[in-house]
Design a protein around this ligand. Structure first.
Ligand code: WQD
Length: 339
């Protein structure tokens, strides 16, 4: 029997790419999304890539009863991937209560529904932000979790703790905590990609919108860091590689011990500076980007990138795409959006 997987936030950036990879792997993905950070037409695009219908339900994940009603439509639900959350670091500083209410509240609702519907397998969308500024920037899953620099980061740390305690409580819950580094790029078809609402917070969508003329120029947030070219270093991972890791995490849970919560770093293992990303974008897409050097952004850590060995060894997952692929796909997607 086909394995049904509930995907909350499945119309979002990483969620939509993961739904495609679940479908490709033979699962039956079911989307729950309230489109607060996506658009309904993304569902049509996902179906166009997959070549089949994808059930979706316009539901707020904080609404436990509504989520339960959706899940009860399906027998043999193999697992649940929980993406639905607010994710803008800066916004979380301005609206902390909204972030705790949504990110933590939704997770608690999801966990209650999983327990009452006997769904054992949870894949949780976490973030490398839980590490803060690590002594060794090549972080492993054993790198200590630091005091969060933002309410967004703290909701991720809090949610991981809730899941770890929930796996030790009643029931048979088992979970993977996927700590993303910096997702970039878009599906090679250019049918789905990142859809930032308003002014982008993240580097890549700001670059593509600048290249398109939507933004006048990119401001590089500081070039006086203790790095080779003075700009921050991050681990930029293609969103399709990230999506495939979620399928691998589900497969891992098939044989994982009940009452376990395993963290995995999902990054390439290579760091790139902001200036290197600008150069890569210019070279790959044969254009010049208008940028200036500006002041540092509060809360930025100078350097962080993954040691992805555990995911490689345990999940059997490795990245296929390069930064060059990602900046090309990101630009193709931006151009596909029209004005
Ligand atoms: C990357 C680099 C900036 C914009 C955050 C969250 C993380 C995840 C990804 C959700 C930094 C520089 C950026 C700009 C710039 N979020 N930059 N000018 O801050 O590493 O991670 O987003 O899943 O959890 O913490 O990503 O893309 O904002 O910044 O110079 O206009 O680009 O200083 O060095 P970040 P980012």
């Amino acid at each position: 029997m086909t394995k049904t997987v509930i995907v909350t936030g499945g119309a979002g950036y990483i969620g939509s790419h993961t739904v495609v990879e679940l479908y490709n792997a033979g699962y039956n993905p079911v989307i729950i999304d309230d489109f607060r950070n996506s658009k309904p037409w993304i569902i049509d695009r996902i179906e166009s890539i997959c070549g089949g219908k994808i059930p979706f339900f316009n539901v707020d994940c904080q609404d436990e009863l509504a989520v339960k009603k959706v899940v009860e439509n399906y027998t043999n639900v193999h697992g649940l991937i929980h993406f639905a959350a607010d994710k803008a670091v800066g916004e979380s500083v301005a609206k902390p209560v909204q972030y705790y209410q949504n990110n933590v509240g939704s997770l608690c609702a999801i966990l209650n529904v999983m327990q009452s519907c006997n769904i054992e397998n949870l894949v949780f969308s976490s973030s490398c932000t839980v590490y803060g500024e690590a002594a060794d920037p090549a972080v492993t899953e054993e790198t200590p979790i630091k005091e969060a620099a933002s309410p967004y980061g703290d909701t991720k740390i809090t949610c991981e703790k809730i899941i770890q305690f929930a796996t030790k409580g009643e029931g048979q819950l088992k979970s993977t905590l996927l700590r993303y580094f910096n997702p970039i790029g878009a599906h090679p078809s250019a049918k789905i990609g990142e859809l930032p609402q308003g002014v982008p917070n993240n580097l890549m969508p700001y670059i593509t919108q600048t290249a398109k003329g939507i933004r006048e120029k990119l401001t590089v947030f500081g070039n006086d860091y203790d790095t080779p070219d003075g700009t921050n270093i991050r681990d930029y991972i293609h969103v399709v590689d990230l999506a495939i890791a979620h399928v691998k995490a589900l497969e891992f849970l098939d044989t994982a011990a009940n009452n376990s919560a395993e963290p995995f770093n999902l990054g390439t293992g290579r760091g790139s500076s902001v200036l290197e990303m600008i150069r890569a974008f210019e070279t790959e897409n044969n254009l010049k980007l208008n940028y200036v050097i500006g002041p540092r952004r509060a809360g930025d850590v100078p350097m962080i990138y993954a040691n992805p060995k555990k995911a490689q060894d345990v999940l059997g997952w490795t990245c296929k795409y390069t930064v060059s692929d990602a900046v090309k796909h990101a630009w193709n997607w931006e151009q596909s959006l029209g004005n």
